[in-house]
Design a protein around this ligand. Structure first.
Ligand SMILES: *[C@@H]1O[C@H](CO)[C@@H](O)[C@H](O)[C@H]1NC(C)=O
Ligand SMILES: *[C@@H]1O[C@H](CO)[C@@H](O)[C@H](O)[C@H]1NC(C)=O
Ligand SMILES: *[C@@H]1O[C@H](CO)[C@@H](O)[C@H](O)[C@H]1NC(C)=O
Length: 377
């Protein structure tokens, strides 16, 4: 069962007709709709579908007005929602919604979650981190609870279920670095975190593979230097700190690029150690940079660097009047903006990115290819 067969130039392989049929069907989305039995998602606010609101309801002031299933940081669906739709599964229930039947999946992602545990930040004197105990490691513990509810006392049933599920592990890391920036760490010092963050993520993916996961998607970081909150909080008088092609701050993007490069190398190594599984790197960075370079080509008439919902200023981001707080207003054309609230994206770019992860070119390999390999094996 050779998993990565090359195309033979001489003899058309016996499975070629099946591939062509599949590709014809993939264009209409058909075969993808029946392949996975469940999706399990981990991450931060880019994929939180309600956990933060549930966990903090009654505890924090200014909580969003909308209860689940609307409690997302966007004007609509996120990448994880579009993946569920592409694979014919219901939108993922937030794991904090106790009593839910999670046999078709669960979403453990929480706004503010970090790749590293709280302890790392405390040991390194980073007090800018909110005291949320929702890191990747904690989310993996929640996964164990859900596992006990969906396949109790039956390890073989669990492995069978996870072997036919899609795992989406991230985005993680963006918050780790942003808390360090907020603590006034230098570029050199922030870069020293990257190996620890990447090692933590790879360790997390391995734990899922040990549970029987076979398809794991690991998204990289977004270009933090293109995000209105970064551009607003860390403005520079020195034009050379901005990339002239995008208007983004180069320093913050350089950390995301370094993280993504190191993550890809580590995932490639993990893939070689675990050939029975597929570990997919999914790219948020490149499409976002494309939006920033040529927003009009993608339909973003208001550009990529100005939030739809916010309290004014050059990027329409204002800490004391951020989206949802008094003083903020919402634009009438969210589809013409990449940024929703100055941190997160609107539904339109999330839809675009999800599609590039399923059909290419921004997942390596695209998920449709991963599913196809299993179907022809
Ligand atoms: C949970 O849902 C699955 C599939 O939707 C179903 O087969 C199973 O019986 C349900 N379990 C319970 C306890 O309702
Ligand atoms: C964080 O949550 C985990 C899992 O629920 C728990 O084991 C741990 O003790 C908690 N840590 C803190 C600092 O509250
Ligand atoms: C930010 O919001 C505060 C509170 O509404 C307001 O007083 C201030 O003028 C705003 N700043 C900008 C740059 O719009």
């Amino acid at each position: 069962m050779a998993r990565r067969r090359g195309f033979s130039a001489v003899v058309p392989p016996a499975w070629l007709p099946a591939v062509l049929l599949f590709l014809a069907g993939a264009a209409s989305g058909e075969p993808l709709q029946q392949y996975y039995n469940a999706i399990f998602s981990f991450g931060d606010s880019f994929s939180d579908t309600g956990n933060f609101v549930i966990i903090n309801s009654g505890k924090l002031p200014n909580m969003p007005k909308f209860p689940p299933p609307y409690a997302r940081c966007s004007n609509g669906r996120l990448v994880i929602d579009f993946l569920a739709e592409a694979f014919g599964l219901p939108l993922l229930p937030p794991s904090a919604n106790k009593g839910t039947n999670f046999s078709q999946g669960a979403n453990f992602a929480v706004m503010g979650a970090t790749a590293l545990d709280l302890k790392y930040f405390k040991d390194n004197n980073v007090w800018s981190i909110p005291p949320f105990n929702t890191s990747m490691g904690v989310q993996l513990e929640w996964f164990q609870e859900v596992k006990r509810s969906i396949c109790p006392d039956d390890p073989a049933a669990c492995r069978a279920l996870f072997g036919r599920a899609l795992f989406v592990f991230g985005e993680f890391g963006g918050n780790d670095y942003s808390f360090a920036w907020k603590a006034d760490w230098s570029l050199e010092k922030v870069k020293t975190m990257v190996p620890a963050v990447v090692a933590s993520l790879v360790g997390g993916v391995e734990r899922l593979l040990d549970e029987g996961a076979r398809h794991v998607v690991v998204p990289g970081n977004l270009p933090a230097g293109c995000i209105p909150i970064t551009l607003t909080m860390y403005p520079s008088e020195d034009r050379s700190e901005y990339d002239p092609r995008t208007g983004c701050l180069k320093k913050y993007n350089s950390v995301a690029l370094y993280h993504n490069a190191m993550l890809r190398v580590a995932l490639d190594r993990l893939q070689r150690r675990r050939p029975e599984s597929r570990v997919v790197y999914a790219d948020y960075y490149t499409p976002y940079i494309q939006f920033a370079r040529t927003p009009h080509l993608y339909g973003y008439k208001r550009g990529a660097l100005r939030a739809c919902c916010g309290g004014g200023g050059p990027y329409n981001y204002n800490v004391s009047a951020s989206c949802g707080l008094p003083g903020a207003t919402t634009c009438e054309d969210p589809d013409a903006h990449v940024s929703w609230d100055g941190i997160h994206l609107t539904e339109a770019p999330y839809r675009f990115i999800a599609n590039t992860w399923v059909k290419g070119p921004y997942a390596h390999p695209p998920l449709a290819t991963v599913v196809l390999e299993d179907m022809v094996d």
